[in-house]
Design a protein. Structure first.
Length: 135
């Protein structure tokens, strides 16, 4: 593979991840300020970051399991779907616990995180496709 193309992909994807995290946290900061919960923002950032570490470890383990022939294709899909739902619930639990929110607001933050991630992901994929690299 072309080293320049590889560096381009890595640069776009890493930049997208930084934008996702910063954009989400900036929006959360403003929302919490409007809700008069700004004093809980730093605790939320800490919990959010550690929750991300836990999610990555769990995802790596489950993905490794799903890639083995032990489960088969259907079992791997079920496992990955269950993992996704569990991680979304975990993110909501973190928001609810750290911020002291009702479930509806915690779910709203999870949906906001998914929206920001999806939008920035689409934009980064479009940037890569525009130069002939599949996203």
């Amino acid at each position: 593979p072309d080293l320049g193309a590889l560096l381009h992909v890595v640069t776009v994807k890493v930049t997208a991840q930084v934008v996702i995290i910063l954009a989400y946290l900036l929006i959360v900061h403003q929302v919490l300020a409007l809700m008069r919960l700004g004093d809980r923002f730093q605790a939320y950032v800490g919990a959010y970051n550690w929750a991300t570490v836990v999610q990555i470890v769990i995802t790596a383990i489950v993905t490794g399991l799903a890639l083995t022939p032990l489960l088969g294709a259907a079992g791997a899909i079920v496992l990955q779907t269950a993992l996704t739902l569990l991680l979304l619930a975990y993110a909501g639990y973190i928001a609810r616990t750290v911020l002291g929110l009702d479930w509806i607001f915690a779910v709203g933050l999870v949906v906001l995180d998914m929206f920001v991630t999806g939008m920035v992901g689409v934009i980064s994929d479009m940037m890569l496709r525009s130069v002939g690299v599949p996203g």
